[in-house]
Design a protein around this ligand. Sequence first.
Ligand code: ZN
Length: 179
Amino acid sequence: MHVLLHRVDLAFPGTPANEILTDTATVYLGAGWLLLDAYREDAVSSQKLGYLTPEEFGYVLAKRALVFGEDPSTWFTSARAYTAYVEGRERARLDERQPPLTAAGWAGRRRYARDRRQAQDTAAPAVSSAAPYAFVPDGRGPLRVTFRCPTCLQRIRVPVRGRVRVRCGLCRTVLECDT
Ligand SMILES: [Zn+2]
């Protein structure tokens, strides 16, 4: 994976960020579940699993599973690896349930509607920085909302106008949104 990333000229400044990138790419391109399944832990010792925690391995593995329609949960022989995968999968599923995605839960959509109303009523919209979206006023056109693509985390910006189908410009994932 180091060689591949070097050849395609994908790198971050600094060693730790590149090691995390290498591990993430390894998991995402298919070798992840074997690495995670080899992980063992007991009361006195735990192996080091590259630069990601077991739960982070599980998260990347689950992101891959969502894109490729796989279910690695039945592949594990290690109970610890399975637990880490399930925990990572919960986090990955949460990414798919953030407003303005239509899959967002009731509470998230309600919070979103309140923030949107506030953004529409005031010149300088104030949205909590913890929110997974932000409203951007556009002097001429309609209010816009920005949020991260749940698949590739690229920032997406669309006009606020109700239910729309948005295609991520980077990974081409089609997202059902209620803006
Ligand atoms: Zn994307």
